[in-house]
Design a protein around this ligand. Structure first.
Ligand SMILES: [Zn+2]
Length: 55
């Protein structure tokens, strides 16, 4: 993978993009896991990168 885009499926923006930041992953609520195993959206990190200041 390169560093030019989001590195996790749940990311809305690439890490380090101005105006974005890490948020708790809404899918696993920050646990990094869902019932069947590691959360695919945040790659098990429990966090996703999203725009700040939105809803
Ligand atoms: Zn997650």
């Amino acid at each position: 993978m390169t560093s030019t885009g989001p590195d996790k499926p749940g990311d809305k923006a690439a890490p380090g993009t101005p105006g974005t930041g890490e948020n708790l992953c809404p899918r696993c609520r920050g646990s990094g896991r869902i019932e069947s195993g590691p959360c695919p959206d945040c790659a098990g990190t429990g966090k996703v990168t999203e725009p700040i200041g939105g809803a």
